[in-house]
Write a protein of this length. Structure first.
Length: 133
């Protein structure tokens, strides 16, 4: 099943939304890492069942092209505050809406943490300017 799904997703470029659910028993269909590896960059909106805050963080790091994500979990309330803080640090102007067993997140622009630091090139240019004058 996973090989067929992988083949289909590799051949498509027009899938913009994707929903991946657990089995009826709450078991994941595949690992989060394997799942992220299957999702093409054309997918902008993802709905997925997760088991932990680490799963959610992994998905958001592995799939930076997402515009929105909905996480489903029976324990979403126990790790939602941690996730909000984590996202606010990495994505500017993200919006959250949480429900009983889900969290919808409209992801803002990626924060470039390194952007605030001066680049080596700029530092060297300043140094050269100071030493030449």
């Amino acid at each position: 099943l996973i090989e067929h799904l992988s083949a289909i997703l590799r051949q498509t470029t027009t899938i913009h939304s994707l929903k991946i659910s657990s089995t009826p028993f709450g078991e994941p269909l595949m690992s989060v890492g394997r799942c992220c590896a299957l999702i093409p960059p054309s997918v902008k909106h993802l709905q997925i069942s997760v088991h932990s805050c680490d799963d959610m963080k992994y998905i958001l790091q592995a799939l930076p092209h997402l515009s929105s994500v909905t996480f489903y979990s029976t324990q979403i309330g126990s790790f939602l505050d941690d996730l909000k803080k984590w996202i606010e640090f990495r994505r500017r102007a993200s919006l959250f809406r949480d429900g009983l067993r889900c969290a919808q997140i409209w992801l803002g622009t990626l924060s470039n943490i390194e952007q605030d630091k001066p680049s080596i090139k700029r530092v060297l240019q300043r140094f050269r300017y100071k030493t030449s004058h």
